[in-house]
Write a protein that binds this ligand. Structure first.
Ligand code: UTP
Length: 290
């Protein structure tokens, strides 16, 4: 039973400057919702009940987004805007179910996860990176939770990436595959394409065993001088905790990059009956102009 999810939101978002100078990257909007809301909704759909956010200075908007807003709610109520009111209220995380922990310095994803160590009670917990937006018939995390069993050890969502992008990801060395599951014999963070063990890369959804806090606590610097979660997964794998890749059904957009964010907006607009005709007419105009 996976009931707790960690959302690291303390990164600098430097690839999206200047947009992210004063606005958290996780609050960037795709169509009409911030990235972090998509991730929280995905977690809710997977049965998550406790939401732990690893935040930093300047990320207060995230906490506010999941709180109530009494002035706004009263105005919507008084104006009879029931639909908007429902939309606003449904965003809330119920009282006592959200926790905000500060990471003092952006030392890396592994360090951000380590900051949650005192607040994980169960043996396994979920980790979601909001800049990976995933559109799926059944939420990606739900697919993982349903398929997960203790023998999987640590589970990571994976996709195949083109050779030119391999050096941006944690990449699995694959021992064998069985259905949607990939059994790893190793994992390496940001390898060059020449040294990559495969093209199967980890994206921002994980089910982690609590034992991950052991190697993370050593605070060893890895690729880019950051404390890497991938290195901790490799350490546990070497001491017999399996690492399982999971090929989910759905489309993933890397909204930490401009191109990925643009793709997400276009794809979501194309699947929205209200927006689709406008998108089509814009495309026609663009095609004529080129
Ligand atoms: P990224 O690797 O995308 O880093 O982090 P970043 O700092 O957000 O963005 P760039 O590379 O500077 O453009 C993946 C996720 O991990 C969180 C980020 O907030 C993001 O959700 N993170 C990263 C932390 O919480 N703390 C860190 O020290 C690093």
């Amino acid at each position: 039973m996976i009931k707790t999810a960690v959302f690291p939101v303390a990164g600098l978002g430097s690839r999206f400057l200047p947009a992210t100078k004063a606005i958290p990257k996780e609050m960037l909007v795709v169509i009409d919702k911030p990235l972090i809301q998509y991730a929280v909704e995905e977690a809710k759909a997977a049965g998550i009940e406790k939401f732990i956010f690893i935040t930093s200075q300047g990320k207060e908007a995230i906490e506010d987004h999941f709180d109530s807003h009494s002035a706004l709610e009263s105005v919507l109520q008084a104006r009879g805007k029931t639909e908007d009111l429902e939309k606003i209220c449904s965003i809330r995380i119920p009282e006592g179910q959200a926790l905000f922990i500060r990471q003092h310095e952006p030392l890396g994803l592994g360090h951000a996860v380590w900051c949650a160590r005192h607040y994980i009670q169960e043996e396994s917990f979920a980790l979601l990176l909001a800049d990976d937006l995933i559109q799926a018939h059944k939420s990606c995390l739900k697919q993982m939770v349903e398929s997960y069993n203790d023998d999987d050890g640590n589970m990571v969502a994976v996709i195949d990436v083109p050779e030119s992008e391999i050096n941006r990801y944690g990449v699995l060395d694959i021992a064998r595959q069985s259905g949607a599951k990939v059994v790893a014999r190793g994992v390496v963070e940001k390898p060059s394409s020449a040294n990559a063990p495969s093209s199967t890369a980890i994206i921002g959804r994980y089910i982690l065993r609590k034992s991950i806090f052991g190697p993370l606590g050593l605070k060893k610097q890895g690729a880019g001088g950051e404390i890497q979660l991938t290195d901790a997964l490799q350490t546990l794998l070497a001491s017999d905790t399996p690492l399982t890749g999971f090929r989910f059904k759905g489309d993933r957009y890397d909204c930490g990059t401009k191109i990925g964010w643009l793709q997400a907006n276009l794809a979501l607009a194309a699947s929205d009956p209200e927006l689709r005709p406008y998108l089509q007419s814009v495309m026609v105009t663009l095609n004529k102009a080129s």
